[in-house]
Design a protein around this ligand. Structure first.
Ligand code: SF4
Ligand code: SF4
Ligand code: SF4
Length: 316
């Protein structure tokens, strides 16, 4: 039986999406029966881009090399999957967009006490682009597979769907709440709690207990492991289509609406807390124009305010 040639590439990322392939366990055998992996940074030492039917690209565009690699993948592959939240939205690296390129270089190399040279590397290191961008800002993408990393079931289904020329079956528009078994109930909780505070009730929705959980505004591409295992969702798979597509819907206002109805916590206090922690709750999608162009999106202002508060607290 002839197999389908595929290329894999990673741009600026943590390599978690590639490692997640291993989580396919024995299902990987079904995939390997159908494909020939020609290029894969964690498996092969192939530097060029052979012609392929399918290309999986993880990671964001942060450097000039990322841009070059994305363009080479597009030229060599008939179909491209943007694989993981970094490729789809810019991912956590997008948090760098609230700082200038020079601020980042200063913090990492020049002012960093652990960097002996106090100078940025100049040889064999690709230059940073001015900002972080998702993959589709540079090349056309045929299928989007967000998640940090996406659950193997979604990876498996996406690969087979593209190979079989059909739409993926598992990828629905449901939020993380859809698979969470915690119950949303009205409580008298009157303040927001830190995740490290107390022991949450395992059966009750985190929002009802005063913990910020992003499950209701986050697309399910993970099977909800965090709330099922006692940890509030931080939104790593990116926002649901309702939040992304509707200009006036936003993560903080949606959560504030829901949480203030479930508790006695004032809506404004919830909005303010999410703004204060915006680098955590928006970081996965900060680089995508879909979020960045929202009229409610003031992340630079919020993070500057948070930094001022921090400096005031620590300088006195
Ligand atoms: S999406 Fe998450 S797991 Fe995948 S490369 Fe980015 S940070 Fe790593
Ligand atoms: S908000 Fe969080 S804890 Fe509540 S139902 Fe949704 S995922 Fe579960
Ligand atoms: S539950 Fe939320 S934080 Fe956890 S993996 Fe899924 S999207 Fe990410």
């Amino acid at each position: 039986m002839s197999t389908v040639p595929i290329n894999l590439e990673w741009l600026s990322d943590c390599s978690g999406c590639h490692v997640a392939i291993v989580d396919l366990h024995e299902k990987i055998l079904a995939v390997l029966e159908s494909v020939t992996i020609q290029r894969c940074p964690v498996l092969t030492d192939v530097k060029d881009y052979p012609k392929a039917k399918l290309g999986l690209v993880s990671g964001a565009i942060r450097t000039e090399h990322d841009r070059h690699a994305a363009i080479e993948m597009r030229k060599s592959c008939d179909l491209i999957i943007a694989w993981g939240s970094c490729a789809v939205y810019g991912g956590i690296a997008g948090a760098g967009n609230v700082h200038s390129r020079q601020e980042i270089i200063d913090a990492v190399y020049i002012g960093n006490k652990t960097t002996a040279t106090h100078a940025p590397p100049t040889k064999e290191v690709s230059a940073l682009e001015p900002s972080v961008s998702p993959l589709d800002s540079v090349i056309d993408v045929d299928l989007y597979l967000p998640g940090c990393a996406p659950h193997p079931a979604f990876v498996f289904d996406a690969l087979l769907a593209l190979l079989e020329g059909r739409s993926p079956r598992t990828a629905t528009g449901e939020s993380v709440c859809a698979r969470c078994r915690r119950k949303m109930e009205k409580t008298e909780v009157d303040r927001i709690r830190k995740n490290s505070e107390g022991v949450p009730d395992p059966d009750r929705c985190f929002l009802s207990q005063g913990y910020l959980c992003m499950g209701s505004v986050t697309l399910d591409r993970c099977m909800s492991p965090c709330p099922l295992n006692g940890i509030p969702c931080s939104g790593c798979a990116g926002a649901t289509m309702q939040v992304l597509a509707e200009p006036n819907r936003d993560i903080r206002t949606e959560i504030a609406e829901r949480m203030s109805r479930l508790t006695e916590i004032p809506r404004e206090a919830i909005v303010r807390e999410i703004e204060r922690t915006s680098k955590t709750h928006y970081s996965y999608t900060m680089a995508t124009p879909m979020i960045g162009e929202k009229p409610t999106f003031l992340i630079k202002k919020w993070t500057d305010e948070e930094r001022d508060d921090y400096e005031q607290d620590h300088n006195h």
